[in-house]
Design a binder for this molecule. Structure first.
Ligand SMILES: Cc1cc2nc3c(=O)[nH]c(=O)nc-3n(C[C@H](O)[C@H](O)[C@H](O)COP(=O)(O)OP(=O)(O)OC[C@H]3O[C@@H](n4cnc5c(N)ncnc54)[C@H](O)[C@@H]3O)c2cc1C
Length: 510
């Protein structure tokens, strides 16, 4: 698009976040990473996106797309230009016959659910929350849980992209297939996703039956339990050797939401937060808090509701539903979090190794006393080049360290030891979550199509306009030495991704 410079400058000025605004600094949701880009743009249409791209190329700057900043790592950060997609959020097309919709990539899932419901439609699978943008979900291969359901990017049937050369292109499994498979879980490196064609389903209800089991019982019957329902997920509290199991199936039974229990919910939220706060000074308290939470969560629960209400753990917190599910909401407190995708077949062995590690820490008076729980979920294999679920049925294991009252808590040693065990069991890190950089050689071993990904990215973006600091470091292996790579995994240094080279600040100080 060619406009007189003055006109394009005026348009750019109108969509630039004022530098005096607090929003001119980017801080991720978990309050673990922040950066101060040279400018943040909030375009409202595709032409404005093109102008921002033009500017970035003229100024020889990186341009980073960002959704709502829910990635727990510095994935969305840059010191150069940032393009926030949240005003590109319209539903463009609904096809009730072929069951797909076309939406702009900046729409949040929460807004998408509202739009879909108007047409009696719903997403077929979801993760724990719906705050994210669809673009953010797709580029990170975010997942829900269910062994026959691949990562959510697999529900995308076509995309339009703004490429680094300024062209707008469409890709799918039939058109520019390589670009399509690189862009689903492309970490924003192939271009700006403008629109997404998403396969959806007729709206449905889910029945969630939750109960507690012992850890040993779960491991002994692992495969049977994982395949016992459409969507199965676990929250394992190592301190009590118990697992809260959620087993979810479609249903036509009447809705059965839990009765709001404001007082108990409120109490639990604040009591647990206060205990976590005390745990900063008296780490052994974390073990007792874990047992307390396991006790609170031991009662069986059955819920029936709209699919997204059941998929999203956090919905129930927002609706002030009882304490039991809310204590397992991943987002109740700002947090550090990391997650690995294990091959399903190795999951029981890996979980046992994690259990043995936790027991050893508990026996050691100076051992780690982590927060809880381990979150365990599942996805079916997919063919998306950089998806952690590529080519194999997957068991996802995640841990978090909550930040009570947003205060710092230790997490590096814990995350490093956790990562070492997962990596030893062929784990692949969740791209959006904190993890130590892996070398291109390691990535090549993990992802059979890694070289194809690099080829496609370099082919469509030779200058690296869309390649931010995270992508250069975590995917292309730039700016890191072998020593740093190994050190990051073994002794915890670097696992927090404290980034000094690129003006990105890890707001955590241990
Ligand atoms: C509380 C919480 C719960 C979560 N639950 C889950 C879960 O259940 N399962 C799971 O797998 N993950 C989960 N995540 C991770 C989350 O789904 C991802 O981090 C997701 O990318 C966040 O979306 P976002 O809109 O915030 O994207 P951002 O964090 O803003 O950006 C993420 C990436 O997407 C890219 N991007 C965004 N929009 C575009 C676009 N239009 N074009 C090109 N690139 C783009 C950015 O460049 C960046 O690389 C959770 C995170 C949090 C904080």
């Amino acid at each position: 698009m060619s406009l007189p410079r003055q006109t394009s400058d005026d348009i750019l000025a109108a969509i630039t976040v004022p530098s005096s605004s607090p929003r001119a600094t980017f801080i991720n949701w978990g309050r673990t990473f922040s950066c101060r880009p040279l400018a943040i743009f909030e375009p409202e249409n595709e032409e404005q996106c093109e102008l921002v791209l033009d500017l970035a190329k003229r100024e020889k700057r990186v341009l980073r797309a960002v959704g709502v900043g829910h990635s727990p790592s510095d994935l969305a950060c840059t010191g150069d230009f940032m393009l926030r997609t949240t005003k590109l959020n319209r539903l463009l097309e609904v096809n009730l016959e072929k069951l797909y919709v076309v939406v702009q990539a900046g729409i949040t899932l929460t807004d998408l659910h509202v739009e879909l419901a108007k047409h009696g439609l719903a997403m077929r699978n979801l993760g724990s929350i719906s705050d994210q943008t669809l673009g953010g979900i797709v580029t990170t291969a975010s997942h829900g849980s269910g062994i026959t359901y691949p990562v959510m990017s697999a529900d995308v049937s076509a995309l339009t992209l703004l490429l680094a050369d300024g062209s707008r292109v469409r890709c799918s499994r039939d058109e520019r297939r390589d670009l399509f498979l690189a862009t689903l879980c492309g970490l924003g490196a192939t271009g700006l996703i403008l629109t997404i064609q998403l396969q959806v389903e007729r709206a449905f209800w889910l029945k969630d039956e939750q109960c507690s089991r012992t850890f040993d019982d779960l491991i002994e019957n692992f495969d049977e339990i994982v395949r016992s329902a459409e969507h199965v997920r676990f929250w394992w509290i190592a301190a009590s050797h118990t697992v809260k199991c959620s087993v979810v199936n479609r249903t036509t039974e009447p809705k059965r939401p839990l009765i709001p229990w404001f007082w108990r919910s409120l109490m639990a939220f604040h009591v647990v937060q206060f205990l976590l706060f005390l745990g900063r000074y008296l780490p052994y308290l974390n073990t007792l808090t874990g047992r307390f939470v396991a006790w609170l969560a031991s009662k069986p629960v059955t819920l029936i509701d709209d699919s997204h209400t059941i998929f999203n753990v956090e919905c129930r917190v927002r609706a002030c539903f009882p304490v039991l599910p809310s204590l397992f909401a991943p987002s109740i407190y700002p947090q550090h979090t990391t997650e690995f995708a294990l091959p399903l077949a190795l999951a029981p062995t890996c979980l046992r190794a994690l259990g043995a590690w936790m027991d050893a820490e508990a026996l050691n008076p100076a051992g780690l006393r982590p927060h809880f729980p381990f979150e365990i979920r599942f996805s079916g294999g997919d063919d998306i080049w950089l998806s952690p679920g590529y080519g194999r049925d997957t068991c996802w294991v995640g841990i978090a360290q909550y930040k009570p009252y947003t205060l710092p808590v230790p997490y590096r040693t814990l995350f490093a030891k956790f990562a070492a065990i997962c990596l030893a069991h062929q784990g692949r890190p969740h791209w959006a979550k904190a993890h130590a950089p892996l070398s291109p050689e390691a990535l090549r071993g993990m992802y059979p199509r890694y070289d194809d990904f690099v080829r496609v990215v370099k082919g469509v973006d030779g200058e690296g306009v869309w390649r931010n600091e995270y992508v250069r470091r975590q995917v292309f292996g730039e700016g890191i030495t072998d020593g740093e790579l190994e050190g990051g995994r073994e002794d915890g240094k670097g696992v927090g991704l404290e980034e000094r080279r690129f003006r990105i600040r890890d707001v955590y100080t241990e």
